[in-house]
Design a protein around this ligand. Structure first.
Ligand code: PLP
Length: 287
């Protein structure tokens, strides 16, 4: 396995950054998680657009042009002979001093790691996940805009810890007003009477690329999908609930806080969307 580190390809053991890197000291940086399906970098443009938008928003100068970044991704895959897996693309503010001031970190670091992905079993896709809602609140736009995919994931890690303590794979975060926001690393949808609803990003959700892909699929196959705030009550009484994300794809939820959702396994709409999603993953992207 070789890792792209600031223009060089190095081994896992050699892939080290400075202890003065502000990505490490302050979570000052951004990242993307991208899937590769049969050699296709799925939704490559969307991921790079989100990366460059996040960078602009936090005034981080990415040292590679968009095309150079795409070429670096492709070369990292080729060097690792990777056709199916996961890409972690990180841009940190780079090494500076101990102060917060980003002007003292003159050069951002770019890191590309590709790995095999341990994904949910087919059985889990059919049976669905148990999940819980947690007391941890999603940071909403008045704190850090959820559209920025920053390296500040402590909030999400606290959610993951709560999920671990409850022995469930994913948990649901609310925002400070009590509206459902998203999972620790997934967006959420509910289905009621054939209509899908997902929280608008201003409620406190990342503008997920899988989320958008699912919304586009819904439009194409004639399913109604709304972006509207909703509460846990709406989740409990939904016919179907599912999470979407680069790693999870489309995974059903069978139980939330002890309430069984629908039939207690993956619903028809969720499975249909998973199937439709899997039919585009090898074509919609960069080969
Ligand atoms: N929400 C959060 C907080 C995430 O970290 C992720 C993963 O990237 C998602 C949602 C899902 O987004 P995407 O579909 O772009 O992977």
């Amino acid at each position: 396995q070789v890792i792209y580190l600031d223009g060089k390809f190095v081994t896992k053991a050699e892939a080290k950054i400075s202890v003065y890197d502000h990505g490490f000291l302050y979570g000052d940086g951004i990242f993307e998680g991208i899937r590769i399906y049969n050699g296709n970098i799925f939704k490559c443009k969307e991921h790079l657009d989100r990366l460059y938008d996040s960078a602009k928003s936090i005034m981080l100068q990415i040292p590679l042009s968009y095309d150079e970044m795409e070429a670096a991704l492709v070369e990292t895959l080729q060097r690792n002979e990777m056709r199916d897996g996961y890409i972690r693309l990180v841009v940190s503010r780079g090494a500076g001093d101990l102060g917060l001031d980003p002007r003292r970190s003159p050069k951002a670091s770019v890191i590309i790691i590709v790995e095999k992905l341990a994904i949910y079993s087919e059985e889990m896709y059919r049976n669905g996940l148990k999940t819980i809602s947690v007391s941890q609140r999603r940071n909403i736009p008045d704190a850090l805009n959820p559209k920025i995919k920053s390296l500040n994931y402590l909030n999400n890690i606290l959610v993951k810890i709560q999920a671990n303590l409850a022995d469930v794979g994913e948990a649901i975060m609310l925002n400070s007003q009590g509206y459902v926001a998203e999972g620790s690393a997934d967006n959420i949808f509910i289905v009621k009477n054939g209509v899908l609803t997902t929280p608008p990003c201003y409620v406190g959700a990342l503008e997920g690329i899988t989320r958008l892909a699912i919304m586009q699929i819904c439009e194409r196959i004639g399913l109604k999908v709304k972006e509207e705030p909703f509460t846990l009550h709406d989740v409990y009484v939904a016919d179907e609930v599912f999470f979407t994300g680069t790693a999870a794809e489309v995974i059903a939820v069978r139980e939330v806080d002890g309430r069984v959702i629908g039939s207690g396994q993956a619903g028809e709409t969720t499975l249909r969307l998973l199937e439709e999603f899997r039919s585009i993953v090898e074509v919609d992207g960069v080969k």
